[in-house]
Ligand binder design. Structure first.
Ligand code: SAH
Length: 271
C-alpha cells in the first residue's frame, strides 16, 4: 500500500526516526512510576497516529490498552491495512466526546500532535484533567517552552499558568526537523505533563481563568490597566495593600499561587 501523502492543512509531518518514536511512546506511563503498581492496563489515547510510527510501539506494549483517533481518511485506510488490530476512531479529536469513549476512569493522552491545533488539544485535556493523569508527546519546541516556562521568562503565558495549575511539566528532549517527512519549519520537543496533587484551586476557578487570560492579553502592561474591568475600584481595607501590589506588576511576574491569591482578592473586592 502507498504511503500517505502529507497534507499541510492537517499539520502532517511524519516522524521517520524509529528511535525517537520509541522514546516518545515510553513517555506515557513512566510519569506514574511513583504510584502503586497496578495489574490493570493503562488506557492510552493516541491523537493523530498518521502512518503509525508511534502506534506500533504503543501496540507492542503489553501494559497499554490503546485507542487512536485520526482525522485523515487516507491515514485511516493505511492504518487499517497495516494495524488491523488497532482500535481506531476516524474523526476530529477536538470534537470527540471523551465521556462516550471512556464513560469512566482514567486514560492517558499521547501523540506526535498536529502542531497547528496543539493549544486547543491541551485546553481540551484541561477540561478532562481529573481523568487524564498523564498527557505527553511531541509539539513545536516554542510551544513546549511556553508550557514549561517558569514566571519571569518571556515564554511564560496563559498556557504555562493554566496547565501548571494542574500539571507538573517536564521538558524531556528537543527533536530536530530533519527526522520528519516533510521537515517542519520549526524545531520540536517532547514533553510530559503529569497531573499534580491540586484537585481544586483554592479560588473561583472560572474567575481564575478569566483573570489569567485578561492579564496576559496585554502582557506588557501593569495589571492595573488590563484588569480594570474585573477589580472593584472602590475597595478599601487591610487586604487592599496586597491587591495594590499585584496591580502594579505585569502578569509574567506572577506564579500560579500568586494568580490564585490575586483571584481571591479580586473576588473580595466585590463583597
Ligand atoms: N503521529 C504521526 C503523525 C504526526 S502528524 C507521526 O508521528 O508520524 C499529525 C497527525 O495528526 C496527522 O496524521 C494528522 O492527520 C492528524 N490530525 C490532524 N488534526 C487532527 C484532529 N483534529 N484530530 C485527529 N487527528 C488529527
Amino acid at each position: 500500500m502507498q504511503r500517505v501523502h502529507a497534507k499541510k492543512f492537517l499539520g502532517q509531518h511524519f516522524l521517520k526516526d524509529l528511535n525517537v518514536a520509541q522514546r516518545i511512546a515510553e513517555t506515557t506511563y513512566k510519569g506514574q512510576s511513583d504510584q502503586v503498581p497496578s495489574t490493570e492496563k493503562v488506557r492510552v489515547l493516541e491523537i493523530g497516529p498518521g502512518m503509525g510510527v508511534l502506534t506500533q510501539f504503543l501496540l507492542k506494549d503489553p501494559n497499554i490498552q490503546l485507542t487512536a483517533i485520526e482525522i485523515d481518511r487516507e491515514s485511516v485506510a493505511y492504518l487499517k491495512e497495516w494495524y488491523p488490530e488497532l482500535h481506531l476512531i476516524e474523526g476530529d479529536f477536538l470534537k470527540l466526546d471523551l465521556n462516550i469513549l471512556y464513560p469512566e476512569g482514567e486514560f492517558n493522552v499521547i501523540g506526535n500532535y498536529p502542531y497547528n491545533i496543539s493549544s486547543q488539544i491541551f485546553f481540551k485535556v484541561l477540561e478532562y484533567k481529573d481523568r487524564i493523569p498523564v498527557c505527553s508527546g511531541m509539539i513545536q519546541k516554542e510551544v513546549a517552552e511556553r508550557i514549561a516556562s517558569k514566571p519571569g521568562k518571556k515564554a511564560y503565558g496563559i498556557l504555562s499558568v493554566l496547565l501548571q495549575a494542574y500539571y507538573d511539566i517536564e521538558y524531556l528532549f528537543t527533536v530536530d526537523e530533519y527526522v520528519f517527512n516533510p521537515p517542519p519549519k520549526v524545531k520540536s520537543a517532547v514533553i510530559r505533563m503529569t497531573r499534580n496533587k491540586r484537585r481544586r484551586l483554592e479560588c473561583d476557578e472560572e474567575l481564575f481563568k478569566t483573570v489569567v487570560k485578561t492579564a496576559f492579553n496585554q502582557r506588557r502592561k501593569q495589571m492595573r490597566n488590563s484588569l480594570k474591568g474585573l477589580v472593584n475600584p472602590t475597595t478599601e481595607g487591610e487586604e487592599n495593600q496586597r491587591l495594590e501590589f499585584f496591580l502594579t506588576r505585569r502578569p509574567e511576574q506572577l506564579s500560579v499561587e500568586e494568580f490564585i491569591e490575586l483571584t481571591n482578592l479580586i473576588e473580595k473586592s466585590h463583597e
